[in-house]
Ligand binder design. Structure first.
Ligand code: ATP
Ligand code: MG
Ligand code: FE
Length: 344
């Protein structure tokens, strides 16, 4: 099926068009620059930016694909989780298009879309896969029996998300928001073994109850204490070593627990998705550790890991192909939609 996907859950206005697993258009407008001076996304500013960017981004996508909304079989839109005001802009646009062009509307889960997007890169999931979802607001290990209808959450973070930890530590190091890409860059010049930062929830006592869960707030505090200690001692902070050691701590725990989950559940394919999946060190370490365990790794190119409309269209194509009933035109947004609710 030919599906148009709209994304507006945070600060990216994204429109994608796919035919099955073929990517036809991938247009993204970001309001990230407008949030930099606040050190984080300001919901009101994001909503307004979505309003301004929605029509131009749709037009850019039509131009890339050489078709327009009247040609598509369905309209898919992120209806959660995310910022309510931001989600409302995408959902309102999708409803308007659905009504005006008499197309079925599908309200979809943003997190499932972060996983589904890999089908555009590496083809359909032809069996059960495990997924590591690492983004600005979420960190989860998932079992995906069917990307359109059956996702189980094995574990999640008990405090901060991985991307949130990157952003907070970047701030401690005086790097701009969003910090993930800056840490990634600065860490390349550093030594990841320079400082022994804690690996949350990896102690033997946590092996049962928190087997697939994560905790990054203790790590963030440890980085903060380290920075303060160096300052008190009158020493220059080696930002590259701190960034690399922090990054190694995050990536070590993410990859160790995910490979463990694959082994425990006898899954031989792992998909990695979400903004943090763009991280160079994570990509390197997950490949090395999974391959050593005989697990095939699928990670989309970085531009499809961060928020975009193609991921929503990719999930939409899968849902439409299964003959799932469309959403109601009253489709509400749900800022805390759980990953297990794939179609609203
Ligand atoms: P969610 O998907 O949980 O709703 P979100 O949509 O805001 O949150 P994404 O766009 O998927 O999140 O990812 C953004 C996050 O990814 C930010 O925290 C950002 O710092 C992080 N990120 C982006 N690129 C990198 C990178 N190269 N290394 C580490 N983190 C990165
Ligand atoms: Mg973003
Ligand atoms: Fe996201």
């Amino acid at each position: 099926p030919l599906v148009l996907g709209i994304e507006s859950s945070c600060d990216e206005t994204g429109v994608g068009i796919v035919r099955g697993t073929e990517l036809l258009a991938h247009a993204v407008a970001s309001s990230v620059e407008e949030h930099v001076r606040f050190g984080g996304v300001v919901p009101e500013v994001a909503s307004r930016a979505h309003l301004e960017a929605m029509v131009p981004t749709l037009e850019q996508a039509y131009a890339q694909a050489g078709l327009d909304v009247s040609d598509v079989d369905a309209i898919a839109v992120t209806c959660g989780p995310g910022l309510s005001g931001a989600l409302l802009v995408g959902v309102a646009a999708a409803k308007a298009l659905a009504v005006a062009h008499d197309k079925p509307l599908y309200g979809l889960n943003h997190l499932a879309a972060h996983v589904a997007v890999d089908q555009l890169e590496h083809g359909r999931f032809d069996r059960r896969v495990a997924a590591l979802l690492v983004s600005g607001g979420h960190t989860e290990i998932l079992l995906v029996d069917d990307i359109a209808s059956d996702i189980t959450m094995l574990g999640t973070t008990i405090d901060d998300a991985a991307g949130e930890a990157f952003d907070k530590v970047a701030r401690l190091l005086g790097l701009p928001y969003p910090g993930g890409p800056h840490i990634d860059r600065v860490a390349r010049e550093g030594d990841g073994t320079a400082i022994a930062f804690p690996r949350g929830l990896t102690a033997a006592k946590d092996a049962e109850r928190y087997r697939y869960d994560f905790s990054f707030s203790g790590l963030k505090s440890a980085v903060s204490r380290h920075v303060q200690h160096e300052q008190r001692m009158g020493r220059q902070i080696d930002a590259a070593d701190v960034a690399a050691s922090f990054q190694d701590a995050v990536v070590d725990v993410l990859t160790r627990k995910t490979v463990q989950a694959c082994r425990d559940h006898d899954v031989d394919t792992l998909v990695v998705g979400g903004g943090v999946a763009a991280n160079g060190r994570l990509r390197e370490m997950v490949l090395a550790r999974a391959e050593a365990a005989g697990i095939e790794v699928r990670i989309p190119r970085p531009g499809l890991c961060t928020d975009n409309g193609a991921m929503v269209a990719a999930l939409g194509a899968e849902v439409v192909a299964r003959g799932v009933a469309p959403s109601s035109l009253d489709l509400p947004v749900d800022s805390s939609l759980p990953v297990t609710r794939i179609v609203a």
